[in-house]
Write a protein that binds this ligand. Structure first.
Ligand SMILES: [Ca+2]
Ligand SMILES: [Ca+2]
Length: 232
């Protein structure tokens, strides 16, 4: 088992660095899609638009390179399916992304969450996020290590320089069941291993991402609405 050495720097940026051996994974995380795309280079995007109405509980939905599955509690409706309704159902509008079909799910205690299982190991993964960690709820992305998602964070991505990731879990941390939406899951099995010099550039990019996210938070903080549903 490879060991991830992690050092939290600031905000949601976590960078693991190890020069002791080439076999140790270095995981870089991003909260900004542009920065992630620039770091990864070529990648594949699954927009789920061809899977309208597919139910993700049980065996899940095989979309080709990976299967998406609601594990644990099945809350029904948009909380366990791929649907445009993620965008339109009452009281779940915050889970909306761009109005197209997206993965709707929920996190809760007892291991309830959404699992992305890839057929072969990947070296990078990212997704647009809707309605994460809002209303006193806290969800995380687990990909080798656990990364908490900030309220209103619109993107999460990582780069695994060794390429040993085959499962990405959207998981519960605390609070109440967190209804969420994900779309445009992007991944690569051939992301390049950054040299130490380019890692510094990546750091600069991810720091920019933090700054822009903070700006968006400041802009949107005055429009925060109240939660009225059990699964928000
Ligand atoms: Ca879509
Ligand atoms: Ca939510």
């Amino acid at each position: 088992m490879l060991k991830n050495t992690l050092l939290a720097l600031t905000g949601s940026v976590a960078v693991g660095m190890s020069f002791a051996g080439s076999a140790e994974a270095v995981i870089l995380t991003f909260n900004n899609r542009s920065a992630w795309e620039a770091a990864v280079g070529s990648f594949t995007v699954q927009d789920f638009n061809a899977f309208e109405g597919a139910q993700t509980e049980g065996a899940g939905v095989d979309v080709g390179d990976f299967t998406v599955r609601q594990v644990g509690t099945d809350f029904g409706g948009i909380f366990s399916e791929i649907s445009t309704q993620v965008a339109t159902i009452q009281n779940a509008v915050d889970n909306n992304l761009d109005g197209s079909a997206a993965v709707g799910g929920a996190t809760d205690s007892g291991g309830t969450g959404i699992r992305f299982s890839f057929d072969t190991a990947i070296s990078a993964w990212g997704a647009d996020l809707g309605g994460f960690s809002d209303g006193g709820r806290q969800s995380a992305v687990i990909a080798g290590a656990s990364y908490n998602i900030a309220p209103g964070q619109g993107f999460f991505g990582f780069l695994d320089t060794v390429g040993t990731t085959s499962t990405v879990d959207i998981a519960y941390v605390s609070g109440f069941p967190d209804g969420v939406g994900l779309d445009n899951v992007s991944y690569s099995s051939s992301a390049s291993v950054p040299e130490p010099s380019s890692t510094l550039s990546l750091l600069a990019l991810t720091t920019l991402g933090v700054a822009s996210t903070l700006k968006r938070k400041l802009k949107s903080s005055k429009s925060t609405g109240k939660e009225t549903t059990k699964v928000g």
